[in-house]
Design a protein around this ligand. Structure first.
Ligand code: AMP
Ligand code: GLY
Length: 439
C-alpha cells in the first residue's frame, strides 16, 4: 500500500519513518516534507493546506491511506474533503477538530462532559472582558492570576499567562483591540490559572474505542528550568513517571471517555489522535488545559521510537472503526527522550539556510534517531529551514541513560547558532528522587 503523510515537521518525519517499517507499505510520500523525510520517504511538493492538490495526488498515486500530521489542514476540513472523494484518511473531521481550533468549543465540551478543567468565561468584547478582570463591585475578589487565551489557532502564541491585573488587561488589549492574533482573537477565554506539572496524554480513538498511549511530558518554555518564552516544544520524554498506571486509568475514565462519548452524542464523532494537555494539580488532580486533535510535536518522536507494533494496524483500525478488534500495541519498556535543536533567535525571528554537519554521525549511534523538522536540502547538504530544526531522539535503560544517549548524539551535530535545552527529562528524575525520598 502507498501512504501519504501531510506535514513537514519532526512529527511527520517520525510518522513517515515508522509507517515505512510496516511490511504492508510499499511507498511513503510526505507533502511537503523536509530533508529527513526525503531520506526515509519521498517528498512531494504540495503544501499541507493545499487540499485540491493533495486530493489530486492521492488519486493519481492510488494512495491507500493519508495521515494528517498538523492541525492546520484538519481545521480547514482536509479529512471531510478526502472522505467525500472516498479516499481513506486518518484524522478528525473539521467539526471534530474544533476541539483544537476553537478553545471556546473545547471548554464548552469539557463543561458539558463534566471533565475537570479550569473555571472559565468566554468573551467577545474587550470592555466586558476588562470589566470582568476589574471586578464589578469595589472590593470584589481579585480575579488574578488568570490566563487569557485567543479562541482560535495561534501556533501556541495566543495563550497569555497573567500574574497581575495589568498583565490581564494588556493581554485583552492585544487580543481584542490590537488584534495581534487576527480572527483567532474574535473570542477570548479567561480562565483561572492552575499550578502543577504538565503532562501530555495522547489517545487514539475511532470514535468508540479509546486506546490511551503511554503518557509523555513536553518542555514548552524555551530555556532551562522552564524559563523564557513558550515555544512549540523544546523536548519531550515518554513515559513520564508523573502519570502512573492508576492515574492514567483515572484520566481515561474521567477525561477521555466522557469527552469522546460527548463528541459522539453531539454528532461530531472524534476519530484520530485525541491529545489531552493536562495540568496535574496537587490539590484537585488532573485538569485539562487544552485538547489537540493530532499527535504532539515533539511528543510523537519518543512515542513512536518506543512503539514495537505496526503503526499501520492502529491507523487503519481507526479508519475502519475496528479499534476494539486489534491487539494491544507493544511498547519498548525503555524510556525515550527527544531533544529539540533550534536555530538562533527561535522562538522569535531566526535565520535559515545554515549548513548542518554531523547528522549521519549522530544517527549512527545505537538507539538514536535524528528526526528532522525545519530542514531542507540545498544541493548535497542539509541546511536549516525553521526554528525547531532537529529532534534528536534516543532510547535508554532509564531516563538518565536515555538523556545521556540523546545528548551524546546532540554533541555530534553542529551548525552556526544551534542551541538546545540541556535539561530535557530532568523533571522526571527530580520527581522520582522526591518519590524515593518520601516513599
Ligand atoms: P494551551 O495552548 O491552552 O495548552 O496553553 C499553552 C500553555 O499555557 C500550557 O501548556 C500551559 O503551560 C499554559 N496554560 C494554559 N492554560 C493554563 C492555565 N489555566 N493555568 C496555567 N497555565 C496554563
Ligand atoms: N508539543 C505541543 C504540541 O504539539 O502542541
Amino acid at each position: 500500500m502507498k501512504v501519504l503523510v501531510i506535514g513537514n515537521g519532526g512529527r511527520e518525519h517520525a510518522l513517515a519513518w515508522k509507517i515505512g517499517q510496516s511490511p504492508r507499505v510499499s511507498d511513503v510520500f510526505v507533502a511537503p516534507g523536509n530533508a529527513g523525510t526525503a531520506l526515509d520517504a519521498t517528498n512531494v511538493d504540495i503544501g499541507a493546506t493545499d487540499i485540491p492538490g493533495l486530493i489530486q495526488f492521492a488519486k493519481k498515486e492510488k494512495i491507500g491511506l493519508t495521515v494528517v500530521g498538523p492541525e492546520a489542514p484538519l481545521a480547514i476540513g482536509v479529512v471531510d474533503a478526502f472522505e467525500s472523494e472516498k479516499l481513506r484518511v486518518f484524522g478528525p473531521t473539521q467539526a471534530a477538530a474544533q476541539l483544537e481550533s476553537s478553545k471556546a468549543f473545547c471548554k464548552n465540551l469539557l463543561r458539558q462532559a463534566d471533565v475537570p478543567t479550569a473555571d472559565f468565561q468566554v468573551f467577545r468584547d474587550a470592555d466586558d472582558a476588562m470589566r470582568f478582570i476589574k471586578g464589578r463591585y469595589p472590593g470584589e475578589r481579585d480575579r488574578c492570576p488568570v490566563v487569557v487565551k485567543a479562541d482560535g489557532l495561534a501556533a501556541g502564541k495566543g495563550v497569555i499567562v497573567c500574574k497581575r491585573r495589568d498583565d490581564a488587561l494588556e493581554a485583552i488589549d492585544r487580543i481584542a483591540r490590537r488584534k495581534e492574533f487576527g480572527t483567532a482573537g474574535q473570542q477570548m477565554i479567561i480562565e483561572e490559572r492552575l499550578e502543577g506539572q504538565e503532562a501530555s496524554v495522547l489517545a487514539i480513538t475511532d470514535g468508540r474505542t479509546i486506546l490511551p498511549l503511554p503518557p509523555a511530558q513536553d518542555h514548552k518554555p524555551a530555556f532551562d528550568g522552564d524559563s523564557g518564552p513558550n515555544t512549540g516544544g523544546m523536548g519531550a520524554y515518554c513515559p513520564t513517571p508523573m502519570v502512573d498506571d492508576a492515574l492514567l486509568a483515572w484520566i481515561e475514565e474521567h477525561v477521555l471517555v466522557p469527552s469522546v462519548h460527548t463528541m459522539k452524542r453531539n454528532r461530531k464523532p472524534f476519530r484520530g489522535v485525541l491529545y489531552a494537555g493536562l495540568m496535574l494539580t496537587p490539590q484537585s488532580g488532573p485538569k485539562v488545559l487544552e485538547y489537540n486533535c493530532r499527535f504532539g510535536d515533539p511528543e510523537c518522536q519518543p512515542l513512536l521510537m518506543r512503539l514495537k507494533s505496526d503503526l499501520m494496524d492502529i491507523l487503519e483500525a481507526v479508519v475502519d472503526q475496528t479499534l476494539d478488534q486489534i491487539d494491544a500495541p507493544e511498547w519498548d519498556p525503555r524510556p525515550a527522550i527527544c531533544v529539540v535543536m533550534a536555530s538562533r533567535g527561535y522562538p522569535g525571528d531566526y535565520e535559515k539556510g545554515q549548513p548542518i554537519s554531523g547528522i549521519a554521525a549522530a544517527d549512527e549511534l545505537e538507539d538514536v534517531k535524528v528526526f528532522h523538522a525545519g530542514t531542507r536540502m540545498e544541493g548535497d547538504s542539509v541546511v536549516t529551514d525553521g526554528g525547531r530544526v532537529l529532534g534528536v531522539t534516543a532510547l535508554g535503560e532509564s531516563i538518565a541513560k536515555a538523556k545521556l544517549n540523546a545528548y551524546t548524539a546532540v554533541q555530534r551535530v553542529r551548525w552556526k547558532g544551534s542551541w538546545c535545552r540541556k535539561d530535557i527529562g530532568d523533571k522526571a528524575m527530580q520527581f522520582m528522587e522526591k518519590q524515593a525520598f518520601e516513599g
